[in-house]
Design a protein around this ligand. Structure first.
Ligand code: ADP
Ligand code: MG
Length: 698
C-alpha cells in the first residue's frame, strides 16, 4: 500500500503515544547523540529520564541590583549590555570575551573564557540575566563565566534550578533540557501508580505535579509536596511488592523435612558452635520442617562462622534424602569451602562435589552425571552450578554465600534447579537492625551476633603515606615471627576510566619485592588472572609459601588464612567503611594478635572521620550504621548490594514516619484488594520493580 495522506495522522498519533519504556533517543529534541551521553548516567528510557532526580537545587529566583552584589557571593542580576562585547586572544587555546553590563545602580564587568560565540549573541541594548559569583566592590564589580540567558528565555536563571549528578560530556543545561523534553513527552501517558483513595487520604499530590516539581520546582512548598509524594510512592510500592512476595511464598507447600539427630554432625566438628550459631541452625531447621519453603537470611559479621551454620543445614537436608548446593561468588571461595567442608561431611556419609568455571570438561561431565543421578549429595561451586546442563535429582536446599556479590538472576537460577528448594542466604554485610526489617521484609532474618571464643580484636591504625617506611619495618617484624601479610594495593588511574588492576598490582608487588623486601617472598593476585592462576596463588599463600600477598579487593570476600596477621590498605579513602570492614575481616581469624593499617594521604575531613571510625570499633553493625550515616542510604542500599529495587528518593534514615504511613496504606490496600485487581497501575509498577527480584526472593 502506498504512503498516502490518510496515513499521516495515524502515524503521528502513534508517535506521540510513546510509553515510559521508550528509548530516550526517540524523544523529541534528544536524538541519538544526546542519548549516548545520557546512557553514561544510566538513563536509557523515558522512565529513567524523568526518574533521574536532582541531587540538590539552587534558588536563583531573586534578582539583585548590581549595587547590592556582595563580594564572593553567587547571585543573579538582570542587566543591559552597555557596549559591544570584545574578544581577545590571551594565549593558545584561551580566548576571552569581555562585556560591560549595567543597571540603574551600577556597572558589572563580565568575562567569559572560550565562549567566543557570545560576541555575536550578546546584543548591545538588550537585557540579560546573569548568574554567577560576584567579585569586587562598588568601585569595580565583576563576574567570571556566569550563566547568561536572554530575558524571557530563562532556563537556568530566575527560578529554582535543579542540580543533577553529572558525568563528563553532559552539562546541567543539557540534562535539564533533556528532562524538560522528557516531562513534556510524558504529559498524557504517565499513569498514577497510587490509587486515588490512597493519594487523597494521605494528602499526596498528583503524579504529574510531583515529577514536574521535583525537577523544576515552582516554589519550596511545591518541592516539598513533590518529594513527599515520590518518597511515599517509593516506600508504598516497595512494601506492596514485599508483602506480595511473602504471600505468594506462604501459599507454596513442600514436604516438610523430618527431625534428624544432629549429634553426629556436632561431634565431628573440631570446635563447639557458639550459642549464636546454634540458634541460627535451629531457626533454619524449624523453617525446613515447617512445610513451607525456607527463605532465610543469615547475617553475621566477618569471621562469625557462617560456613558452619550452612554446613549444619546441609547435613540436615541431606539426611532428609535431598540434595544441597552452596554457591560462592568466586572460584577461590568455592574451592576454600570445598576444601574446608568436604572432608568433614564425607566422613558423615555426605558425597560432595566441586563445580567451578575451571573444572575440566570431562570432570564436569562426571560431576553433573552424579548430580542428576542423585549419586552426589552436596554440590559446592560458583555460578557454574547454574550453568546449562547441570541438573539435580532432588535439590532441597540452596545456600548462597556473600549474597550481595551475586546478581539477582543468578540466585534465582539456582533455586529454579529444584522445585521450591529451601533457601539460605548468608551475608556479611551487616544491615542496621532498624532497617533489616524493611529491606528484607520478605525474608526471615537470623543474626549471628557473637564471635567464636578467643578472638582478639584487630588493632586498626589510620596513617598517612609518610609512615610507609615504619609500616614496612613493622611488617618485617611480623613476618619474622612467622606471620603473613596482605597488602591491598592502590589503584591509580590516569583518567576516570577503570584503572588497570593488572598493571597496578604487578608493579606494586615488583617494587615491594625489589626495593623493600628482597629477602621475603612476595606474591600477588588480581582479578584479571585466570581462575586457575588465582587459585594457585591463594592456595600457595594459605599453605604459607609466601610471606606477603599483594592484591586488589579480590581477597575481600571470605578468604580464610588464619596465619595472616596484618592487612595494609593503600588509598584507604577509596573504600566504603563496610568494604574496609570486610577487608579487615581477612585477618584476626587465628589466635594471633592482628593488625589493620589504613594508609591514606587524603586530608579531607570527612575521609578522616570515616577512617577514624575504623580505628574505634570492630563491630560490623556499628560500622554499617556509620556508613549509612556518612554515605547515605542511596549508596548503602544500592541495588547491587541486596538485589531489591533501590530507593532513590526516600531516605530511610529520615523518612521513618512516612515509611510507617506507606506501610499502613499498603497493608490496608492489600486487605481490601489482595490481587490489586482494582488498581492495575499499581500492580503493573510493582511487577516491573520486582520482576527480577521476585524469583530470587521466593
Ligand atoms: P564467616 O562468617 O566470615 O564466613 P567462617 O565461617 O569463615 O566465617 O569462620 C571463620 C573461622 O572461624 C573459620 O576458620 C572457622 O573454622 C572458625 N570457626 C567457626 N565457628 C567456630 C566456633 N564455634 N569456634 C571456633 N572457631 C570457629
Ligand atoms: Mg564466609
Amino acid at each position: 500500500m502506498g504512503y498516502n495522506q490518510t496515513n499521516v495522522p495515524h502515524l503521528e498519533r502513534r508517535r506521540s503515544m510513546a510509553d515510559l519504556t521508550t528509548s530516550v533517543q526517540f524523544i523529541k529534541g534528544i536524538g541519538p547523540q544526546k542519548a549516548k551521553a545520557l546512557e553514561k548516567l544510566g538513563i536509557l528510557t523515558l522512565r529513567d529520564l524523568i526518574g533521574y532526580f536532582p541531587r540538590r537545587y539552587e534558588d536563583r529566583r531573586e534578582t539583585r541590583r548590581i549595587a547590592q552584589l556582595q563580594d564572593g557571593e553567587s547571585a543573579c542580576v538582570a542587566a543591559m549590555i552597555a557596549s559591544p562585547p570584545t574578544v581577545s586572544h590571551i594565549r593558545k587555546g584561551m580566548d576571552l570575551v569581555k562585556v560591560r553590563a549595567v543597571d540603574e545602580t551600577g556597572v558589572l564587568d563580565v568575562t567569559f573564557f572560550n565562549q567566543t560565540w557570545l560576541k555575536n549573541s550578546l546584543v548591545q541594548g538588550e537585557t540579560y540575566y546573569f548568574y554567577g559569583k560576584a567579585e569586587g566592590t562598588a568601585r569595580r564589580r565583576q563576574m567570571a563565566s556566569p550563566v547568561v540567558e536572554a530575558e524571557g528565555r530563562q532556563e537556568r536563571t530566575g527560578r529554582i534550578v535543579p542540580v543533577y549528578p553529572l558525568t563528563a560530556g553532559v552539562s546541567q543545561l543539557v540534562l535539564s533540557r533533556a528532562v524538560r523534553q522528557g516531562l513534556d513527552a510524558c504529559a498524557d501517558i504517565l499513569p498514577d501508580v497510587l490509587p486515588d483513595e490512597v493519594r487523597q487520604s494521605h494528602h499526596l499530590c498528583r503524579t504529574e505535579y510531583a515529577y514536574e516539581n521535583i525537577h523544576f520546582p515552582e516554589s519550596e512548598e511545591a518541592l516539598d509536596l513533590a518529594r513527599r509524594r515520590l518518597a511515599f510512592e517509593e516506600l508504598f510500592l516497595f512494601t506492596v511488592g514485599l508483602r506480595r512476595l511473602r504471600q505468594r511464598r506462604e501459599t507454596v507447600s513442600v514436604v516438610p523435612f523430618q527431625k534428624v539427630d544432629m549429634a553426629p554432625f556436632y561431634d565431628a566438628l573440631p570446635f563447639t558452635l557458639t550459642g549464636a550459631q546454634r540458634r541460627c541452625v535451629e531457626e533454619a531447621i524449624t523453617d525446613m520442617a515447617s512445610g513451607a519453603p525456607m527463605n532465610r537470611l543469615c547475617q553475621g559479621d566477618v569471621g562469625s562462622g557462617k560456613t558452619m551454620v550452612a554446613a549444619a543445614c546441609v547435613y540436615f537436608c541431606v539426611k532428609n534424602g535431598r540434595q544441597a548446593a552452596l554457591m560462592a561468588p568466586t572460584e577461590i571461595l568455592a574451592r576454600q569451602h570445598f576444601t574446608g567442608l568436604a572432608p568433614l561431611l564425607e566422613k558423615l556419609g555426605i558425597r560432595c562435589v566441586l563445580l567451578t568455571g575451571s573444572t575440566p570438561a570431562r570432570e564436569k561431565k562426571a560431576v553433573t552425571a552424579r548430580l542428576s543421578a542423585g549419586e552426589a549429595d552436596f554440590a559446592i561451586g560458583t555460578h557454574a552450578l547454574i550453568s546449562q546442563g547441570v541438573d539435580y535429582q532432588n535439590l532441597g536446599l540452596v545456600v548462597t554465600d556473600e549474597q550481595h556479590r551475586f546478581g539477582v538472576g543468578q540466585r534465582a537460577a539456582l533455586a529454579a534447579k529444584g522445585s521450591h528448594p529451601h533457601t539460605l542466604v548468608m551475608s556479611a554485610t551487616p544491615i542496621p537492625r532498624t532497617l533489616a526489617l524493611i529491606l528484607y521484609g520478605d525474608l526471615d532474618v537470623s543474626i549471628i551476633d557473637q564471635l567464636p571464643p578467643g578472638r582478639k580484636p584487630v588493632e586498626t591504625f589510620a596513617v598517612s603515606g609518610g609512615y610507609r617506611q615504619r609500616v614496612y619495618a613493622f611488617l618485617r617484624k611480623l613476618v619474622g615471627e612467622g606471620r603473613q601479610i596482605y597488602v591491598v594495593c592502590p589503584m591509580v588511574s590516569e583518567n576516570d576510566d577503570l584503572p588497570d588492576e593488572r598493571k597496578a598490582v604487578t608493579e606494586y608487588a615488583q617494587t615491594l619485592q625489589r626495593e623493600v623486601f628482597p629477602d621475603l617472598r612476595v606474591s600477588f593476585v588480581h582479578g584479571k588472572m585466570k581462575a586457575k592462576e588465582k587459585d594457585a596463588v591463594m592456595t600457595a599463600f594459605a599453605a604459607g609459601e609466601a610471606d606477603i600477598l599483594v592484591s586488589t579487593t579480590v581477597i575481600e570476600v571470605g578468604v580464610d588464612v588464619p596465619n595472616a596477621a596484618a592487612i595494609v590498605v593503600e588509598n584507604a579513602e577509596r573504600f566504603g567503611l563496610s568494604q574496609l570492614h570486610q577487608l579487615r575481616g581477612r585477618v584476626g581469624r587465628g589466635s594471633h594478635q592482628s593488625y589493620c593499617i589504613l594508609i591514606s594521604d587524603n586530608r579531607n575531613e570527612e575521609t578522616r572521620a570515616r577512617l577514624k571510625v575504623m580505628t574505634k570499633t570492630t563491630d560490623g553493625f556499628r560500622i554499617a550504621e556509620e556508613d549509612l550515616r556518612l554515605r547515605g542510604p542511596g549508596d548503602f542500599f544500592g541495588v547491587r548490594q541486596h538485589g531489591l529495587p533501590g530507593l532513590k528518593i526516600a531516605d530511610l534514615g529520615c523518612d521513618t514516619q512516612l515509611l510507617r504511613e506507606a506501610q499502613e496504606a499498603a497493608d490496608a490496600l492489600l486487605e481490601r484488594d489482595p490481587d490489586l485487581a482494582g488498581c492495575p497501575a499499581t500492580a503493573g509498577r510493582v511487577t516491573e520493580l520486582f520482576t527480577q527480584a521476585a524469583d530470587t526472593l521466593n
